[in-house]
Design a protein around this ligand. Structure first.
Ligand code: F0G
Length: 372
């Protein structure tokens, strides 16, 4: 393109703001907006769909793609749903928002609450939240309550608290994914995937925690199919963390353990919707082990340059497992959703890297330690 054409194109868009539309505006026809819904945005959505050529070569899956949700404003997919949940809370006159969280919902709620002047309360399983997520919530001024119990216990307590406050002066909105506005916002990721591929993928692989996001994607693919935007819907493949997962989705387990702390959830609140997505799409919801998750986590960074958090790598770990068992058509278009950014959990990263080399500050010494 000639320079003058480049400049004309840039002028036509006027600003980077025009080049990057607002999520709620672009998909307004598919969202429960009214004229009274505030037009909120921190720049969420429109995340890259990356063709993972190196991993694809390794796994024998040439059409493997990664939906990189870690580049959302607070570093996870939660922002797509939170922007809508918070806008609707404001529309409904709420003064405060509250959630239980394994960390990402907390970070997102804190950010959108700060931007809109709402009080934010987050309830977390004490000592089980990745460092970066907790700091995000604290930096944004959320009031953080750590409880002696797992995510499931925290969510149950928060739901009671919100029910109790319903008829009082304390107008508090629950912003967990049991809030339907969260799922409505999150389904926009499925729209983007369809637009970028020019149709729905054959398979969509996604980590499952509370089972909201897999349900949201399925709704998004269904909406786009029903609207005539695409002709097909993908086979939905959900992956829970083995240490957390009841192999039958929704069966309660004791205190779950896994390196994928974001999806350390025993009894997913949206299990029914996720099971419907699985069954309607002819898909599966299975477990992946910590070792499988960590192998995928390291390979994503080393082979594709994409540093996601451990829970996110469950999607690739699952695809790798199904591919090894010849349960996936190698010619299929596959999208793995990478739900959160790797920097959120520096502690796990530190346990997965070699020590740095050290040398005197001169070229010869550096060359020597590099063996170069
Ligand atoms: N990936 C990441 C990085 C998450 O933080 C979560 C959920 C999931 C996947 C699973 O999504 O719950 O909709 O099935 N995190 C929640 C939180 C529970 O509190 O941040 P889901």
């Amino acid at each position: 393109m000639r320079m003058s054409d480049v400049l004309r194109q840039l002028r036509a868009q006027r600003t980077t703001d025009d080049a990057r539309p607002r999520l709620m505006e672009r998909y307004a026809a598919f969202l429960p907006l009214t004229p009274a819904t505030p037009n909120l945005s921190l720049g969420e959505g429109f995340t890259p769909l990356i063709h993972a050529r190196n991993l694809g070569r390794l796994l024998g899956l040439p059409l493997l793609y990664l939906k990189v949700e870690g580049v959302n404003p607070t570093g996870s997919f939660k922002d797509r749903g939170m922007v809508l949940a918070v806008a609707k809370a404001l529309e409904d006159g709420a003064r405060a928002i509250i959630c239980a969280s394994t960390g990402n919902t907390a970070a997102s709620a804190a950010a959108y609450g700060a931007a809109t002047g709402l009080e934010v309360i987050v309830v977390i399983p004490q000592g089980q939240i990745a460092t970066g997520k907790l700091l995000q919530a604290q930096m944004a001024g959320a009031r953080v309550v750590g409880v002696d119990g797992n995510f499931d216990a925290a969510l149950q307590a928060v739901r009671y608290l919100v029910d109790d406050a319903r008829d009082s002066e304390r107008r508090v909105a629950l912003v967990n994914s049991v809030n339907p506005h969260r799922l409505a916002g999150q389904k926009t990721a499925a729209f983007e995937v369809c637009e970028d591929l020019g149709g729905a993928p054959d398979y969509l692989a996604i980590p499952v925690g509370n089972a909201g996001n897999i349900s949201a994607y399925w709704q998004g693919f269904t909406d786009y199919r029903d609207a005539g935007m695409v002709e097909t819907r993908p086979v939905m493949l959900g992956f829970q963390a083995a240490g957390a997962a009841p192999l039958v989705l929704g069966a309660p387990v004791g205190d779950p353990h896994t390196v994928a702390t974001a999806i350390r959830i025993g009894n997913p609140a949206s299990a029914d919707k996720a099971i419907r997505a699985r069954d309607e799409s002819g898909g599966a919801i299975e477990a992946v082990t910590d070792d499988e998750i960590l192998a995928a986590y390291r390979d994503l960074a080393r082979l594709e340059g994409i540093f996601c958090e451990p829970a996110s790598a469950a999607s690739l770990a699952g695809i790798r497992k199904l591919a090894a068992d010849s349960r996936i058509d190698p010619g299929a278009t596959i999208v793995c959703v990478l739900t959160g950014h790797g920097l959120k959990d520096p502690d796990t990263a530190m346990r997965n890297v070699a020590p740095t080399l050290t040398a005197a500050a001169d070229a010869g010494a550096i060359r020597d330690v590099l063996d170069w």
